[in-house]
Design a protein. Structure first.
Length: 286
C-alpha cells in the first residue's frame, strides 16, 4: 500500500493527537529513564499507526532537498523553504510512490545536473525542456541518455551531427554527456521529472519556478557564462539573462522538426570554446 501524504496542517494535528493521549509519551519516557516497566491502554496502542504515519512523513518530506548537491543547496537555500517547493516535494513523493516504475528519471538522479556540475564550476548552461519520457532514457541531464541506450534520441543524434561538422571530431559511440558536466557544463532541463510516455506531464507543479531561480542565481552571481538556448521555449525562459555579462547563444532546437531551420550550421561548440579561450578559461573537451 502506498504511504499517505499529509499536509503540514494535518501533520500538526497528528502531533497534537499524539501528545494529548494521556501517558503515552510521558510514561514511556519515564520508563526509559528509570528502567521501570510501563503498561499501555487500548487508546495508547491505537496511537501507534498515527506515530508510524508521522515517522513516514518526516522521512519522505524534504527528500528532494536532501538530494540536492550541497553547493547548490547553499545558493538556493531560501528557495527550498518556499511553499511552492514544499508542495513540489509532496507531489513528487506521491508520484514516485504510486508509479515507481513510470516516473523519470530515477529519484536519485533528479538533481544529477547539479551534482555533476557544482555551482562554482559552472561555465556553460545548456537549457533543455523536460526529461525524455521513454523508459530507460532520462538520467537527470538535459539531452543526455544512459550509455546503454540504443538507438540515440533523434535530437541527440542531431547534436552529434552538428558537433562533427563544427569541430571535425567523431562523437562518442554513446549518448551519455556526463563528461560535459564534469567540465562545467550544466545540462539543465526546465522541468526535472516526467511521467512515462507523457511529455511535459510534470509541467506547472513547481519545477519551472525552481529552475527560473537557478537561472536567476547564475545570472546575478556569476559572470562570463555561456547560455546555450536551443528553441523558443529555452529562449523565452532565459530572456532575462544579462547579455552584457554573459554570452548567449540561440538557435533552432535540434529536434528533427526544427534542426534544419537554424540549428545545423550554428556551430555552437566552437563558439563556446572561442569565448572561453578569450576569457582565459579552459575550453570544453566535447
Amino acid at each position: 500500500m502506498c504511504p499517505i501524504i499529509i499536509s503540514s496542517t494535518e501533520l500538526c494535528l497528528v502531533f497534537a493527537d499524539v501528545f494529548s493521549t494521556t501517558g503515552f509519551i510521558s510514561s514511556d519516557l519515564g520508563a526509559h529513564a528509570t528502567n521501570e516497566p510501563t503498561s499501555r491502554s487500548k487508546t495508547e496502542y491505537l496511537m501507534i499507526p498515527k506515530i508510524m504515519l508521522l515517522i513516514d512523513f518526516c522521512i519522505k518530506f524534504r527528500i528532494m532537498n536532501k538530494l540536492l548537491d550541497a553547493s547548490w543547496k547553499n545558493q538556493l537555500k531560501d528557495e527550498l523553504l518556499k511553499p511552492y517547493f514544499k508542495s513540489l516535494e509532496e507531489f513528487l513523493t506521491d508520484e514516485y510512490d504510486r508509479f515507481p516504475e513510470a516516473i523519470f528519471p530515477n529519484k536519485m538522479e533528479i538533481f544529477r545536473a547539479f551534482s555533476s556540475c557544482p555551482f562554482d564550476d559552472v561555465k556553460v548552461v545548456v537549457l533543455g525542456q523536460d526529461p525524455y519520457p521513454t523508459k530507460g532514457h532520462a538520467h537527470g541531464l538535459s539531452f543526455s541518455v544512459d550509455a546503454a541506450v540504443r538507438p540515440l534520441p533523434r535530437s541527440l543524434r542531431n547534436i552529434y551531427k552538428e558537433m562533427e561538422t563544427d569541430l571535425g571530431i567523431i562523437p562518442r559511440d554513446h549518448g551519455d554527456l556526463s563528461h560535459w558536466g564534469e567540465q562545467g557544463v550544466l545540462l539543465l532541463n526546465a522541468i526535472l521529472t516526467v511521467c512515462e510516455g507523457i511529455p511535459e506531464s510534470h509541467a506547472n507543479v513547481g519545477w519551472e519556478t525552481f529552475t527560473d531561480a537557478v537561472i536567476s542565481k547564475l545570472n546575478a552571481s556569476k559572470s562570463e557564462l555561456v547560455f546555450v538556448l536551443w528553441g523558443n521555449k529555452a529562449q523565452q525562459k532565459a530572456a532575462s539573462v544579462d547579455r552584457s555579462r554573459h554570452m548567449v547563444l540561440t538557435s533552432a532546437h535540434p529536434s528533427p522538426l526544427s534542426a534544419y531551420r537554424g540549428f545545423f550550421g550554428s556551430r555552437p561548440f566552437s563558439k563556446i570554446n572561442d569565448y572561453l579561450n578569450s576569457k582565459n578559461r579552459k575550453p570544453i573537451r566535447w
